[in-house]
Design a binder for this molecule. Structure first.
Ligand code: NGS
Length: 338
């Protein structure tokens, strides 16, 4: 049988259910073929079927900061020319190593801010990290990020918001505090809300804001580099400050583990915004090891309650006591009672 007659035979076989006698099978068979073709060609995945609509081109979706600068703008190597380069992660950075590194982290200003000196950076971002008693992870994080971010030629500042010992950890509220305090002291059009235990593995994952809120850490190693569910918005999220205000920030009510990130997804959808994600190969993260926190048993009730009151609960009713504000060599520290 020649190759062309083979193809003809296959086409005949595909359309065979449409033969007069088997007409009843025609519609489902064609529907099946169409669905399979769509899944393959549009890369539709089963967990998040409509995500293909929200997979933007990285270079066209990033939003540069407002400026009158037109010349000598920094080139952003990973927007157009994708890289396969890796930075090795040193998983056991000790205090001595970090102190030595502080001397080498070129141009990192006190408070953990960095900006390219040779050109004007198109993107500026404040990175907020909620924190308590994860010293080993913070060392690894700082050691890695002050090498990773300068390669993207962006201007950034790392802000660690540490919660005092009294109450259960409140991740959402610490993000809100980080946002409010940063806006007072060093405002930015773009914020990245970042867990301390997540390390990006691809240099192509630009630390800048997109037109819509972006879930940066959508492919984490502990989830086999797959999205566990469509509405997940934990780990690392980039949002324009105007959008963060529009959604009224995070809820302040989630003390203990779980729920505040799912609630943020709800807030984003209610504001008519979409969550976008880059390709899994770009959005790869490594999670640093830690003991799993005990989930807050009341989180589902809080989620339900907050859905009725979210516009009056968040950034606009935030209260906290600022215990100290410090410019450390590699980060800005905000110590707070919430
Ligand atoms: C969900 C939690 C989220 C959490 C996500 C992933 O079940 O807060 O797991 O967690 N939602 C609720 O509990 C309602 S992870 O495995 O990354 O620690 O972010």
């Amino acid at each position: 049988m020649t190759p062309s007659s083979k193809v003809l035979k296959t086409i005949k076989w595909i359309y065979s259910p449409c033969h007069r006698k088997k007409k009843i099978l025609c519609v489902p068979a064609l529907f099946f073929i169409l669905t399979v073709t769509m899944f393959i060609s549009l890369k539709i995945d089963l967990i998040c079927p409509f995500s293909f609509l929200l997979f933007p081109e990285m270079s066209s979706s990033l939003v540069p900061r407002k400026s009158k600068h037109f010349d000598n703008i920094c080139l952003h190597p990973y927007e157009k020319q994708l890289s396969n380069e890796r930075i090795e992660v040193n998983l056991n950075v000790n205090d001595l190593e970090l102190t030595a590194f502080t001397g080498q982290a070129e141009n990192v200003a006190i408070g953990g801010a960095w900006s390219p000196t040779e050109c004007w950076p198109k993107y500026h971002v404040n990175i907020i990290i909620p924190y308590r008693q994860r010293q080993e992870q913070l060392r690894v994080f700082l050691h890695y990020f002050h090498r990773y971010l300068p390669l993207q030629q962006i201007a950034y500042r790392i802000i660690v918001v540490e919660q005092s010992a009294e109450k259960e950890f409140n991740r959402g509220k610490l993000f809100n505090v980080g946002f409010v305090e940063s806006e007072k002291r060093f405002p930015s059009d773009c914020y990245i809300f970042h867990d301390v235990d997540l390390i990006p593995q691809s240099l192509n994952n630009m630390y800048a804001c997109t037109g819509m809120p972006r879930h940066l850490s959508s492919a984490v190693d502990t989830f086999n580099y797959q999205l566990p569910y469509c509405g997940i918005l934990g780990g690392v999220v980039a949002m324009r400050s105007q959008h963060f205000r529009e959604v009224n920030g995070y809820s302040n009510m989630f003390y203990g583990w779980g729920g505040e990130d799912d609630n943020l997804y709800f807030r984003v959808s209610q504001a008519g915004l979409n969550v976008i994600r880059f390709e899994p190969d770009v959005a790869k993260y490594k999670m640093l090891r830690h003991i799993k926190e005990v989930p807050n048993p009341a989180r589902f009730q809080i989620m339900e309650m907050d859905q009725g009151i979210y516009s009056a609960e968040g950034l606009n009713n935030l209260n906290y006591t600022l215990l100290s504000y410090e410019l450390k060599p590699l980060y800005t520290r905000i110590f707070v009672h919430v």
